[in-house]
Design a protein around this ligand. Structure first.
Ligand code: GLN
Length: 545
């Protein structure tokens, strides 16, 4: 039985048309940002695919997997929501068709529909709507901000569109609006903003029984008054309800643009809600980001050494975390992408790191590219270059140290045994809780856990003299407790541990300018208001070169 819906919850539904990749996630996050002053805004993302979640998908195909505090592995749009809205999101705020169908099929087997034919309508659409109502009630939401994935016309999203069409009738005209993001091209040679794709896309939406209340036109420039007029007249809205979504150099500028375009007033007149946050400081950071792009006060180059470097989306949160640091330090953080699967010799490593002032080895899996990463880590350790190792980047720093300083020949992680590699010194080994796990989805050590920080360590200073911090994890392997003593005797310090279990969560090398590793993913909790301290101090150390 679904819980009763909170009577005052307002619904904002964001759909997209014409093309994918127009930045619907950023648009929804920016709308959320503008409402997050006093209201409790809960973002919900609806994906059409049949995976339960993106946790088992290749990041090349799907982009980064965002990990939530409750252990959910979700679409990277949740990264945007958290960063723009300052919230901690939850796993069940991401609907996928996989989750929806699983719920229905489980109910069918239990006999909940006994005697009935289970049908797409009403059973699938009801399941989707109940899901929304459950979230609204559980979270006591002032606003449910629902983003429908894909573009209107995609077959796999049809049930979401039908559900949100019905939703307006269920919750009442005054409690729900539809915002549609479309594309307004300025064809080369014509030099004129064109409304036809928007008209077509809105027609398609009309065919589904949905009439948008607000249209956001993604365009290379601000929409001019005449195109707003034209779109408005074809789409039955007022020109003021047509909002510009211009190309920007920093996505963090979007809430400021929507604010100038009058979005808060539109939401107020449509739904009676008004709650823009104080964006003054936000504006200063955005200005810093933009100024440093055009005319950098100082550029600091960080090498990002990984396997999926061909797709920047797979490290989206790492890139964002570096942007947050640049905004606060008022510098440009340039990223040098280094594909470690191509690094075999010392000369190649040196050439790859040429011009870099700091190095990050981010999270990763499997054997490919790891020997290159280990060579990079050896180089930065021996040349006193600032280094941040994240998850696999910490594990491989321990492997490097074990091999080259502690004399443990061919030390490695047992993760490479799957590849048939002999591991005489398993300095990184599978977590005890992972030994008998055979299912792949959602089975890693996931989500937020406490980290106890050693007093007086570098990590302690970096975390502002805190002895306890909470961070997000996604791993199957850990520093092998049997080797900790031998490695620490040679100088490496494990300065962050699980408060009760023997899991090493931060490592550092005293005497080195900045050589830190963390078993967690600090990029997942970095945002423009509060950059992650581990990234911030890496960039600071790199600036001090
Ligand atoms: N492959 C390593 C593990 O499973 C590291 C994971 C990661 O970097 N996210 O422990």
């Amino acid at each position: 039985m679904s819980k009763a819906r909170k009577p005052h919850t307002k619904y904002i539904v964001v759909t997209g048309g014409v093309l994918s990749g127009l930045g619907k996630g950023i648009a929804a996050a920016s709308i959320g940002n503008l409402l997050s002053g006093r209201l409790k805004v809960i973002p919900v993302k609806c994906d059409g695919y049949l995976n339960t979640d993106p946790g088992t998908m290749n990041p090349i195909e799907h982009g980064e997997v965002f990990v939530q505090d409750d252990g959910g592995e979700v679409d990277m749009d949740f990264g945007h929501y958290e960063r723009f809205m300052g919230i901690e999101s939850k796993f069940n705020w991401n609907l996928t068709m996989g989750k929806v169908f699983k719920q229905i099929l489980d109910k069918e087997r239990r006999g909940d529909y006994l005697g009935k034919t289970v049908q797409f309508i009403p059973h699938v659409t009801d399941a989707i709507k109940n899901w929304y109502h459950e979230i609204a009630a559980t979270e006591n939401a002032d606003v449910l901000l629902i983003e429908v994935g894909g573009t209107v016309g995609d077959l796999e999203n049809q049930f979401y569109l039908e559900a949100i069409r019905q939703l307006k009738r269920d919750v009442g005209e005054d409690n729900l609006i539809y915002i549609h993001l479309t594309y307004v091209p300025v064809p080369e040679g014509v030099h004129e903003q064109k409304s036809k794709p928007t008209q077509m896309s809105v027609r398609l939406l009309n065919e589904k029984g949905i009439e948008p209340d607000i249209i956001i036109g993604r365009c290379s420039e601000l929409l001019n008054p005449s195109i707003k007029e034209k779109i408005a007249s074809y789409c039955n809205i007022s020109p003021a309800a047509v909002i510009s979504g211009p190309d920007v150099r920093s996505v963090y500028e979007i809430p400021l643009i929507y604010e100038r375009e009058g979005l808060p007033e539109l939401l107020h007149s449509a739904l009676g809600i008004y709650s823009p946050p104080d964006l003054r400081q936000w504006e200063t950071w955005v200005t810093n980001i933009k100024n440093n792009q055009d005319n950098p006060r100082r550029t600091v180059t960080i090498a990002l050494c990984g396997k999926y470097t061909t797709l920047e989306d797979s490290y989206a949160s790492v890139v964002e975390a570096l942007t947050h640091c640049g905004a606060h330090l008022n510098v440009k953080v340039a990223i040098k992408w280094v594909d470690t699967s191509k690094l075999e010799t010392q000369a190649q490593v040196e050439a790859a790191l040429q011009g870099a002032e700091g190095v990050i080895v981010p999270g990763g899996f499997g054997h490919r590219g790891i020997e290159g990463k280990i060579k990079v880590i050896q180089y930065v350790r021996e040349h006193d270059m600032p280094y941040l190792g994240i998850c696999y980047g910490m594990q491989l720093a321990v492997v490097e140290y074990a091999r080259n300083v502690a004399g443990l020949k061919d030390a490695n992680t047992t993760e490479v045994r799957q590849e048939g590699i002999n591991v005489p010194h398993p300095v990184i080994d599978i977590l005890p809780g992972q030994v008998n796990v055979s299912n792949k989805g959602g089975t890693m050590r996931l989500g937020g856990h406490d980290v106890e920080i050693k007093q007086g360590s570098q990590a302690y200073k970096i975390f502002g003299n805190k002895t306890l911090v909470r961070q997000r994890f996604r791993h199957r392997y850990e520093v092998n407790p049997e080797y900790i003593k031998r490695i620490e005797e040679k100088g490496l310090v494990f300065s962050g541990k699980h408060p009760t279990e023997n899991i090493m969560q931060v490592m550092e090398l005293p005497g080195h300018k900045y050589f830190l590793g963390c078993q967690f993913h600090p990029e997942l909790t970095s945002n423009l208001r509060n950059p992650s301290p581990l990234f911030y101090h890496l960039v600071k150390a790199a600036l001090a070169e």
